[in-house]
Each structure stands twice: as structure tokens, then as C-alpha cells.
Design a protein around this ligand. Structure first.
Ligand SMILES: Cc1cc2nc3c(=O)[nH]c(=O)nc-3n(C[C@H](O)[C@H](O)[C@H](O)COP(=O)(O)O)c2cc1C
Length: 335
């Protein structure tokens, strides 16, 4: 299996057809993050660009029953595609669809060559291959001022989608994380779904490794069975709450709950994650408080009730790098 994270960008200039170029850009799109690493996307190359579809067979029916994570993951893949296109001298325009994801593309990306590609997008290109979700504890130090400024610039540019959590609200947010994590892990159906997506990265090209869930490598063969049969919610909840309290920065992704807003929220948070990566920092997701209705309401109250939380992110510096996660080969996701 070739490593999807190793791409020789010089190969792009050897490509002769539009189809080959779109396929090459899609290799960057599929490096986007997705809930449980489901990679819930597929693409169709058209004469003008690319249509982006949801792969509904990859839905997380228990934890993501409203497809919020699925749609945001697709948004993140769209951002990667647009950044790669800008890097290789193309301009992109997106047409969003509000029809059901079962019957229509989620979005269509029109691509055309330009002599003035979006320099801000293109500047994030190197970060695509270095972005990895890093779940280890961070060093608890304040962020370096240059990095802080770069992150705040993205937050300020997207006030309806990104919101910094104030230090005074950190304890309340950590409480939401703890309660929600415990509630999720107590549900056998939640654990069964999670277990379905856990396996060795050598054996599958999607899903999560046991280590990502804090299960030691020596027990990784038993991980799905352990997850299905034991409720480690208490341990997990205390750990995640501590990670929340010790984060240098917490950011909530917010949006309305409709399809187009969620795709756009995914596009925006990927810009943020790539900016964090470019600054040499790490981030990880803490989705539990938005996956449990009561915790989501509490989190919304902490934000002043105006905005609907969709994701929580912690940001900081980690001594240990995160490993790249597997991806399905690009040819498997092109319809
Ligand atoms: C919408 C969304 C929600 C996620 N929620 C969580 C989460 O609650 N906990 C977690 O550890 N990772 C979460 N992740 C991270 C994914 O597990 C991760 O993106 C995937 O395993 C691929 O790994 P990578 O991000 O390192 O490429 C989430 C990712 C997305 C896009």
C-alpha cells in the first residue's frame, strides 16, 4: 500500500489532462480529518471541476445521527482541495446544494486556471501533509505571540464560526466534556459503533487505531472487544476533562444545523487546523459535549446562547508528534 501522505508535488506538472490534474488535487482533499476517520466522501470529476458527494454508507448512525460530523468532514476535504488548487495556480468557486445528500452532490467545485491564485489559501498548502490530530497532553504553556496572533486572525475573520473560550469558562467546558464523555461511553450502542471503526492501521485504510483511544499497543488486537464490552467512561471522562482544563487554548466551532452551514463550518475549521499546524502547534477534537444533547445545551449557554456549538477543539504544543492516519486510496473515492 503506498503512503497517501507522501506526494511528490512535481508530478502535477507532468500531467496532461484535466482529469489527471483533478485526480491529483483530490489526493490532498482526502488527507482531511473526518469523524472516526470514516472518510465519508466521494468525488466525480467533471469537465469544469469536481462534484463532491457524501458516502452515506460511511455514516456514524449513533454518534452522528444528524450527519453534522459527516458534513463538516466533507467541508474540510473541500478546503484541502481548494488550497491544493490555489497552490497549483487554479481558482475555485463552490456551488452548494441543499437537496438531500442521498440524491445530489453536497457541492460542486468549479476549477479554472488563473494567473492570480488565492495566495492566502496557497500559503497553507505545506500544512496539509503535516496536519495530524494529536491526542497527547500539551505543555500547558501560553502560546507563542506570533502563533497566537495567526490563530486569532483566523478566529476574527470567521466570527460566526469560530469562538475562543474565555479562561473563566474553561472549568465549565471541562465539566461538559466530562459529563458527556461518561454519558456516551455508558451507551452500549455508542461503544459498538466505535468498536466497528477501530483496527490496526496495517490492516485497514480507515478508522482509528487502538492507541488513538488510549489503549496500549500490546492490547490493540483486543481493542474492539474491550471497547464493546467494557465501559471505561469514568477513566476516559476524567482524562478528557483534564486535557480540556490544561489546554493552552479552547475554540468552539459554531454554525446553524443546516446542510450548507455545516459544510461551510467544516471548510472554516480546516483553515484553522492548517494555520495551527503551520505555526508548529497541535490540536485535537473534543466532540463529546456536542454529541450529547444536554451537554450541547450547556455549552451553548456558556457561549451566550446565540450560536450552536458543533465541535470543540483544544490547541497547544506537544512534545510528541502524532502519527499519520490511514486513508483510502484516491481511486477508491472517485465515482
Ligand atoms: C467532525 C470531526 C469530529 C471529530 N471528533 C473527534 C473526537 O471527538 N475525538 C477525537 O479524538 N478525534 C476526533 N476527530 C478526529 C478524527 O478522529 C481524525 O480526524 C481522524 O482519525 C483522522 O486522523 P487525522 O486527523 O490525524 O488525519 C474528529 C474529526 C472530525 C472531522
Amino acid at each position: 500500500m503506498s503512503n497517501p501522505w507522501i506526494i511528490d508535488e512535481g508530478d502535477f506538472y507532468e500531467l496532461e489532462t484535466h482529469g489527471e490534474q483533478m485526480r491529483f488535487l483530490l489526493r490532498y482533499a482526502i488527507l482531511a480529518p473526518s469523524g472516526h476517520n470514516t472518510q465519508p466522501w466521494s468525488f466525480r470529476i467533471t469537465p469544469d471541476g469536481v462534484q463532491v458527494f457524501a458516502n452515506t454508507s460511511r455514516r456514524l448512525l449513533i454518534v452522528d445521527r444528524d450527519d453534522r460530523e459527516l458534513l463538516m468532514s466533507i467541508g474540510a476535504a473541500i478546503t484541502n482541495f481548494r488550497i491544493a488548487a490555489a497552490h497549483f495556480g487554479c481558482e475555485t468557486t463552490i456551488a452548494y446544494e441543499s437537496r438531500s445528500i442521498e440524491s445530489a452532490p453536497v457541492a460542486t467545485i468549479l476549477v479554472c486556471e488563473t494567473c492570480a491564485p488565492d495566495a492566502e489559501l496557497a500559503s497553507l498548502f505545506p500544512a496539509i501533509r503535516h496536519r495530524h490530530t494529536n491526542r497527547v497532553p500539551y505543555d500547558e504553556q501560553p502560546l507563542d505571540p506570533t502563533a497566537l496572533q495567526a490563530i486569532c486572525d483566523v478566529v476574527d475573520a470567521n466570527p460566526s464560526t469560530l469562538r475562543l473560550i474565555l479562561p473563566r469558562d474553561k472549568a465549565g467546558v471541562a465539566e461538559c466534556v466530562e459529563t458527556a464523555e461518561r454519558a456516551l461511553m455508558a451507551r452500549p450502542a455508542y461503544r459498538a459503533e466505535l468498536a466497528e471503526w477501530v483496527g490496526s492501521p496495517d490492516a485497514r485504510n480507515d478508522g482509528l487505531s487502538a492507541e488513538a483511544l488510549g489503549i496500549p499497543r500490546m492490547l490493540s488486537g483486543m481493542a474492539p472487544w474491550l471497547i464493546r464490552n467494557f465501559d471505561a467512561g469514568d477513566l476516559q471522562a476524567r482524562r478528557e476533562a483534564e486535557l480540556t482544563r490544561s489546554a493552552s487554548m479552547l475554540i468552539v466551532v459554531t454554525s446553524e444545523d443546516d446542510q450548507i452551514s455545516l459544510v461551510k463550518a467544516g471548510e472554516t475549521f480546516e483553515l484553522l487546523l492548517l494555520t495551527i499546524t503551520r505555526c508548529g502547534l497541535q490540536y485535537s477534537f473534543l466532540s463529546a459535549p456536542v454529541q450529547v444533547d444536554e451537554s450541547r445545551t450547556r455549552l451553548r449557554q456558556l457561549l451566550g446562547n446565540a450560536l450552536q456549538p458543533q465541535l470543540l477543539l483544544r490547541v497547544g504544543a506537544a512534545a510528541q508528534p502524532a502519527h499519520p492516519t490511514p486513508r483510502r486510496p484516491v481511486e477508491n473515492v472517485i465515482a
